[in-house]
Design a protein around this ligand. Structure first.
Ligand SMILES: Nc1ncnc2c1ncn2[C@@H]1O[C@H](COP(=O)(O)OP(=O)(O)O)[C@@H](O)[C@H]1O
Ligand SMILES: [Mg+2]
Length: 426
């Protein structure tokens, strides 16, 4: 007659159970496939969990988990004095019964060789399957943020966005040295007294790549990218805009790392007019208040983008809130060439790139993308009509350039250069 008594696990057994698993772990020197937290969660969550008691003492335990027709035996733990006495098999028989009641037809266990429970499994009719290799991948610690991230519309940017950003040497260099490096080499930066940036402004005419830069920085850092759309903040009631901005920042505080991007920040941070009824006023103040708290956390970066620096509230631009104010200007010839090559694809070999580059002065990357697409499309349509067999050529793209109105006007460029004079902080 066995001298032990078997029964279902109760929450009160937890302390003794954990002691028992700890002993087992030291004895086996094994890495448990199912960590203690999983075993406890299963045992408390109504999965089969059976303990063996001798008097008051807990001397054995087995926990399993049913998943459809398959049941996993997660752990078989025995105290030292009770090994090789049939207790393991008795526990396994009990959890199997409970698994069967849940519809399980196939019983599985993954153990390290020689660990507690292997003899009991073999005695209970389990067959060792050879030729399998156990694979495991540990998720990045940020994985716990996944739910919150999804709720905030955030995502992790793919690798390589930075490398795909063609040309734009001046902006790229400034952003690399001032923003990316201090954040990717924090210890080295600190040893030189360099404080990693917490908030920066990118400004420049539309389509020059501010959004692209912000995403590329997130890709470099491996931080999730969350974009805040001013237009999507609730604005139904008085003060609701400010409250919903506060809410977004509160949610962000729970993420372990984040790059927050606010495009067209002038929509929330426009100069306060000073009149009593100023709908933007409350929210501008709110953003001004939220930035210092945001700056207190490590591993976060705020990037604000704007086309019109001069409409931003002056308090916003005062030192202390933003570490850097960096211009992202129209691409120079080198940059334009790289951008043309990117968008021409195979046609790049057959065209006179230099002519396209000089014909597209004042074009932003976005304009070049548009002209390249337009030229290819037109050449394709001509081919459908005329069937000449000729690929898209220089003339197709020059025609497309002529038909593209550049985003940058002389006026916009002048404004941009004035803003650089007055505000740049790098
Ligand atoms: N340096 C670049 N190289 C290649 N494409 C670029 C570059 N900068 C911008 N683009 C492309 O131009 C378009 C507009 O860029 P975007 O970042 O949205 O500009 P902005 O935010 O300044 O208005 C996007 O399709 C982007 O992929
Ligand atoms: Mg943009």
């Amino acid at each position: 007659m066995p001298v032990w008594h078997l029964r279902d696990f109760h929450d009160d057994d937890l302390d003794q159970a954990i002691q028992l698993w700890d002993q087992g772990r030291h004895a086996d020197l094994s890495l448990p496939v199912f960590p203690v937290s999983d075993v406890v969660a299963a045992a408390r969550g109504g999965q089969p969990a059976v303990v063996a008691l001798v008097g008051e003492e807990l001397v054995g335990m087995a926990v399993a988990r049913a998943e459809g027709e398959r049941g996993w035996i997660m752990i078989v733990a025995l105290s030292g004095a009770w090994r090789n006495r049939g207790l393991g098999s008795a526990l396994i028989t009990q959890v199997e019964q409970r698994l069967r009641a849940k519809g399980v037809r196939r019983f599985s266990a993954v153990l390290t060789p020689g660990s507690t429970g292997t003899a009991a499994l073999e005695n209970s009719g389990y067959r060792q399957v050879s030729g399998l290799v156990y694979y495991e991948k540990l998720e990045h610690p940020d994985a716990g943020d996944a739910g919150l991230l999804a709720q905030l519309g955030g995502r992790v940017m793919p690798h390589g966005l930075w490398e795909r950003l063609a040309g734009m040497h001046a902006a790229k260099d400034a952003i690399e040295r001032r923003i990316v490096l201090p954040l990717t080499e924090p210890e080295l930066a600190e040893s030189y007294g360099v404080r990693p940036p917490k908030a920066v402004i990118l400004f420049g005419p539309p389509g020059t790549g501010k959004t692209t830069f912000a995403k590329a920085v997130a890709s470099r850092l491996g931080w999730p990218f969350v974009e805040l759309f001013p237009s999507r903040l609730a604005a139904d009631a008085d003060g609701a805009l400010a409250a919903s901005l506060r809410e977004v920042f509160a949610d962000l505080a729970d993420l372990s790392s984040v790059l927050l991007f606010i495009d067209e920040v002038e929509e929330i941070a426009a100069a306060r007019s000073g009149t009593a009824v100023d709908p933007g006023h409350g929210v501008t103040n709110e953003l001004l208040k939220l930035i210092p708290a945001f700056r207190d956390h490590d591993d976060r970066l705020l990037i604000c983008a704007t086309n019109s620096l001069r409409t931003l509230d002056s308090a916003f631009l005062r030192p202390g809130r933003f570490d850097y104010i960096i211009p992202v200007g129209p691409p120079d010839a080198v940059a334009r060439e790289a951008i043309w090559r990117r968008y021409l694809g195979p046609s790049a070999q057959r065209v006179d790139i230099d002519r396209l580059v000089s014909a597209s002065e004042m074009f932003t990357p976005a304009d070049i993308e548009y002209a390249a697409r337009k030229g290819s499309q037109q050449a394709f349509e001509n081919e459908i009509t005329h069937r000449t067999g000729l690929p898209a050529g220089t003339d197709d793209f020059l025609a497309a350039i002529a038909a593209t109105r550049p985003t940058l006007t002389a006026q916009a460029l002048e404004t941009f250069n004035e803003d650089i004079e007055r505000h740049v902080r790098t």
